[in-house]
Design a protein around this ligand. Structure first.
Ligand code: AMP
Length: 197
């Protein structure tokens, strides 16, 4: 099986984390000789905020629960470090939480070139805002307040939807549009089929 580069895009609450976990398990079972590198910027921001020692850690902690987008440079440091530690051209790569702006997409482009990964699969988990609002209320994470949910939906519309447009134009890229309202199992099956696994 050729190594896959899969970028998950969808609003918070669209099920990206759950689907990545399912895909990781499937890839590990079907292709045990190849590593699966799974990078999540949200988790890395929360780990950074939890330290509370430096100015930057305290500043991220103070803003993270409001749902605003963190600065591009910090995002690049966090995923860049993860790639430096773990990535090579042979591993499968699953990406959750970036790029969320077109600037981030340009920097990721540079990184994927460096790691010799020209082909990109984008899984677009299309999920209406009404569904996403209800799911975020139910999961009750610390940053799932009304203000934070609305902030995150706003930057998703304004900053992240243009990233999808960018990938629809990019050569050697396939954007798979998947209906995120379906059950976890059906979404998983559609992702597996879309990636030709
Ligand atoms: P998530 O766990 O993906 O929902 O991300 C949690 C929070 O981390 C977001 O609300 C943002 O504040 C921050 N974050 C995660 N990824 C990014 C990113 N690519 N760019 C900017 N901020 C991010």
């Amino acid at each position: 099986m050729a190594p896959r580069t899969v970028i998950f895009i969808g609003p918070q609450g669209s099920g990206k984390g759950t689907q990545i976990e399912r895909l990781r398990t499937l890839l590990t079972g079907r292709d045990p000789m190849r590593r699966v590198v799974d990078i999540q910027t949200g988790r890395r921001f929360r780990a950074l905020a939890a330290k509370m020692e430096t100015f930057a850690e305290r500043k991220v902690a103070a803003t993270l629960d409001t749902g605003v987008l963190q600065p591009d440079f910090l995002t690049h440091i966090l995923w860049g470090e993860a790639m430096l530690d773990q990535l090579d051209p042979l591993a499968h790569l699953l990406i959750d939480g970036f790029p969320r702006t077109v600037v981030q997409a340009h920097v990721l482009e540079d990184a994927l070139k460096f790691f010799e990964r020209p082909m990109i699969n984008v899984v677009n988990l299309e999920t209406p805002e009404s569904i996403v609002r209800a799911r975020m209320h139910d999961r009750a994470r610390a940053d799932d307040t009304d203000e934070s949910i609305e902030n995150r939906l706003r930057w998703y519309r304004e900053d992240t939807l243009p990233v999808l447009a960018y990938y629809r134009e990019r050569p050697q890229t396939v954007v798979h549009d998947i209906d995120g309202q379906q059950s976890v199992d059906v979404v998983h099956e559609e992702i597996v089929a879309a990636l030709g696994l």
